[in-house]
Design a protein around this ligand. Structure first.
Ligand code: SF4
Ligand code: SF4
Length: 56
């Protein structure tokens, strides 16, 4: 299991600093999560203003 950031991401960057395993980086259009690194903690979703990260 890993979280995935949806296209609704507005690239605010808030989630990047919250990830305990540094799995989130800025992509070309939206932020992206490294599925292999994500530990499914949900911290990114809790700080996102548009609820873009969802568990997949
Ligand atoms: Fe990082 Fe947790 Fe979000 Fe996974 S669910 S990307 S580990 S903050
Ligand atoms: Fe995108 Fe939400 Fe992360 Fe901001 S907090 S960069 S809107 S996923």
């Amino acid at each position: 299991m890993a979280y995935v950031i949806q296209d609704s991401c507005i690239s605010c960057g808030a989630c990047e600093a919250e990830c305990p395993v540094s799995a989130i980086t800025a992509g070309d259009d939206i932020y992206v999560i490294d599925a292999d690194a994500c530990i499914d903690c949900g911290a990114c979703a809790s700080v996102c203003p548009v609820d873009a990260p969802i568990p997949e």
